[in-house]
Design a protein around this ligand. Structure first.
Ligand code: XMP
Length: 317
């Protein structure tokens, strides 16, 4: 019978045998899969696992610092890499969603390759691939898939020539969560909403600038904190705030304002393939809207997305 504990025991033993004294590099994303994969590998090979966590400047407010902290608390050998400016430079002037995604994928690979080169004699690339990623023939999701789509672009980066070790590639998402729980991983990491690899870049419609990122991070933090304190965060499958490329007239005191609009999105879903918009309570929406407009400079209007998938998608880009 499959239990998280039996899975952990046989997997760790198998990894020890397979990897021996070899070194492994692994990119952490802050998400469930890469975190669980890292902890399993850590149990097997300890400091020979070199984790790399890249700050692409497109994460939620304070996420890089807090997630890096919890990784360190778990005892992982993890290096946080501040690559914000490299991503912002690559995104400057881009408005097309697919061009934005490609630029982010390309810079991620460059940064990761630079970091992987710093690890002497590394033999393996660790990945948090889960079973649905394996069977999904064409995937546009996640760093591993981003890497796949770059296969044919002028030769492989060196880290892609490494042997690949994927300890979760037989598991479904709910099993990964159970294994993570049995490993004692922070419930905040295990219970976190899905978050796209390109991050806030695809929630800022049009060109991404550090200023827009900063505004969106503030509004989004107010939204997510309110979902948590109202006790609805865990009932929502995914939520996020979108920065619209629209200015509208407002009034603040005696002043007329002409500022941006953010849209709140929250959906219920099982796997992201279909999704219904969440019927969040009106008074919660009212509180969030007031807090955002009163506290986030540059935003004078908040709207709520009442579209389901299909025909809309969860993200706007
Ligand atoms: P859509 O917008 O297609 O999103 O309804 C379905 C799920 O996929 C996530 N998503 C992405 N994840 N890279 C990712 O890693 C991407 O480019 C990307 N685009 C969408 C989205 O957040 C939702 O969970």
């Amino acid at each position: 019978d499959w239990t998280p504990d039996s899975f952990i025991e046989t997997t760790v033993a198998g990894l020890k045998e397979k990897l021996g004294g070899d070194k492994v590099v692994l990119g952490l994303s802050g998400g469930v899969d890469s975190s669980v994969a890292a902890v399993l590998l850590h149990h097997a090979i300890g400091k020979n696992l070199y984790c790399i966590f890249v700050d692409n400047g497109l994460l939620r407010k304070d996420e890089f610092e807090s997630v890096l902290d919890s990784y360190k608390h778990m005892g992982l050998n993890v290096k946080g890499v501040d690559a914000k400016q490299r991503f912002y430079d690559a995104l400057a002037g881009l408005t097309d969603p697919e061009k934005k995604r490609k630029a982010i994928g390309r810079v991620f690979i460059e940064v990761f390759d630079d970091e992987a080169h710093q690890v002497q004699d590394v033999k393996w690339l660790g990945q948090g691939t889960i079973y649905p990623d394996v069977i999904e023939s064409v995937s546009v999701k996640g760093p591993s898939a981003t890497i796949k789509s770059h296969h044919n672009v002028g030769g492989l980066p060196d880290f892609m020539k490494l042997k690949v070790v994927e300890p979760l590639n037989t598991l479904f998402k709910d099993e990964v969560r159970k294994v993570g729980k049995a490993l004692g991983i922070d419930p905040n990491i295990l219970g976190r909403h899905p978050f796209p690899g390109p991050g806030l870049a695809i929630r800022i419609l049009g060109e991404v600038t550090p200023q827009k990122v900063a505004i969106l991070q503030e509004a989004d933090a107010i939204y997510i904190n309110n979902l948590r304190s109202a006790g609805v965060y865990d009932k929502v499958w995914q939520a996020g705030t979108i920065f619209l490329p629209v200015q509208s007239v407002g009034v603040m005191g005696d002043e007329r304002t002409y500022e941006n609009v953010v849209c709140l999105r929250a959906v219920e879903s099982l796997d992201g393939m279909t999704a219904d918009w969440c019927h969040l309570p009106y008074d919660l929406l009212a509180k969030i809207s007031n807090e955002i407009i009163n506290n986030v400079k540059g935003i004078n209007r908040v709207v709520y997305d009442i579209s389901s998938k299909p025909p809309a998608t969860i993200e706007w880009e």
